[in-house]
Design a protein around this ligand. Structure first.
Ligand code: MN
Ligand code: MN
Length: 467
């Protein structure tokens, strides 16, 4: 047998695209590095289940790496590291680059909020001697997934005098947990006939929080009273203090390895901490980059990037303008010469549900970070759609730094769709494209990613920050 390639084989080799598999492309040493990187990521996941906790963790990591609070009007030299904490719920970090700021910045932008159940302003009630919290779900969820799973309560209660009480119950092994009950199959005949969207109703996502009456009394609402007594003793709060609170119900379990080969991570809130953490770590590792590098960790992406901590507000452009003024520049000029990786997840191809993706343009677990040129729905509606020119720059950059990467669309045409913060950053006249980690079971209480894809996202962010 000749080992020479036929003309067709040679041409095929030259001309056809070759999808890389990170698990095959990486050396054992790189796989070890990826696994090590992901140990840090899993600690971050467990410590930061809400946007506030993610900001706290990120600020602590940044300060430990020499970042100081940004001061408007101050002058900064190359290599200096600053951060701007927006109300404890969003964060911008910057490392001043070698080149003049007038040449633009490199921005990585990820979000640190995840789908969850928020307590209503008036959440506490008793029904048939059981006490509950009423919730209003936050972000896109499949409601049935949030029943019969152990839940924790995180957040803050701010009293009228301004005192902030922090709440975190359900994370320690010794802590109690909470749960939303579901019907037994024996009595679920009509529920099982409902659609999956209707089987569990949003108004029924009520969290079970107690069952013992105060003082064994038969008085009305004595179970509720007992809960309120416990909350008063523990937090010094009264019922109306729930009005000024942000209490978030999240899964109580911790991140863990998935698979006999430990190649994947199962956890709550990969979307989008799985991009926020690599983007943050890349910036912490970016020593005096060429261009000033920014990392933005935003809130409220899951409900449309709204509010003053979401990226559809001015907090990013105000920061860049303030920074530009320090250098005697106009913020608009800096923004219009900037580039951004909108670091967000994409849906990984799921062999159990192949029909919702178009295989030639889907992202796959273990094929590296995924560049998503556009998101949107029904004819690219609502997406910023990265330009051919910027796509060319990004793919050259990734190939030049041995990043294993792939492209992906968010599902089949007209199957559904979604969006990211990309369009809000692009709206500031910044060249922007989505890059992140493919996720299985996205938006479920327990999502799955590949460790190699997480690591490749870090490598992509670092290459982007440094160039
Ligand atoms: Mn996301
Ligand atoms: Mn999401």
């Amino acid at each position: 047998m000749s080992e020479e390639l036929t003309r067709a084989e040679q041409l095929k080799k030259d001309l056809f695209a070759k999808p890389a598999n990170a698990a095959k492309a990486c050396t054992p040493a790189q796989i070890k590095e990826a696994d090590y990187f992901c140990e840090g990521y899993m600690n971050f996941l467990d410590a930061a289940k809400t946007e506030r906790e993610a900001v706290e963790e990120a600020v602590a990591l940044a300060r430990a790496n020499g970042f100081i609070e940004f001061r408007k009007g101050e002058t900064y030299r190359p290599g200096e590291k600053v951060y701007y904490n927006n109300r404890g719920k969003a964060l911008i970090l910057a490392v001043i680059g070698r080149r003049d700021l007038s040449q633009g910045t490199r921005i990585t932008a990820a979000h640190i909020d995840s789908p969850r159940l928020d307590l209503k302003p008036n959440p506490l009630y008793e029904d048939n001697e059981l006490a509950y919290f009423k919730t209003h779900y936050y972000g896109g969820i499949k409601k049935y997934q949030w029943t019969v799973t152990p839940l924790a309560l995180h957040g803050v209660i701010v009293k009228k005098d301004g005192e902030t009480v922090r709440v975190k119950v359900g994370e320690d092994d010794a802590d109690p947990k909470f749960v939303i009950t579901d019907l037994l199959p024996h009595l679920a005949a009509s529920q099982m006939k409902a659609t999956m969207a209707e089987g569990v109703k949003g108004e029924n996502l009520n969290v079970l929080i107690g069952s013992r009456p105060f003082d064994d009394t038969d008085a009305a609402e004595s179970v509720k009273l007992n809960i309120m007594r416990i909350l008063f003793e523990k937090y010094g709060i009264r019922e109306d203090d729930f009005l000024s609170a942000e209490l978030e119900v999240v899964p109580a379990f911790k991140a863990c390895d998935i698979g006999f080969d430990r190649s994947m991570i199962g956890a709550y809130g990969h979307d989008d901490r799985v991009c926020a953490y690599p983007a943050l770590m890349a910036l912490l590792d970016a020593e005096t980059p060429e261009y000033t590098a920014l990392c933005v960790l935003a809130d409220k992406e899951e409900i449309g990037s709204v509010g003053n901590t979401g990226l559809d507000s001015n907090f990013l452009s105000y920061f860049v303008c303030d920074l530009a003024e320090s250098f005697g520049l106009d913020g608009r000029d800096v923004l219009s010469r900037s580039r951004c990786l909108s670091a967000d997840v994409n849906a990984a191809f799921d062999p159990i549900y192949p029909d919702v993706t178009e295989k030639r343009n889907a992202s796959f677990v273990n094929r590296g970070c995924v560049i998503t040129k556009y998101t949107g729905s029904r004819g690219k509606g609502g997406t910023s759609d990265a330009s051919a020119e910027f796509m060319a720059q990004v793919r050259a950059l990734l190939d030049g730094h041995n990043v294993v990467w792939q492209t992906g669309e968010l599902g089949k045409v007209d199957e559904g769709g979604g969006g990211t913060v990309a369009r809000f950053v692009a709206g500031l006249n910044v060249d922007t494209v989505d890059l992140g980690v493919p996720v299985l079971s996205m938006h479920a209480p327990f999502e799955v990613v590949s460790k190699l894809d997480v690591y490749m996202t870090y490598k992509a962010c670092l290459a982007f920050d440094m160039n």
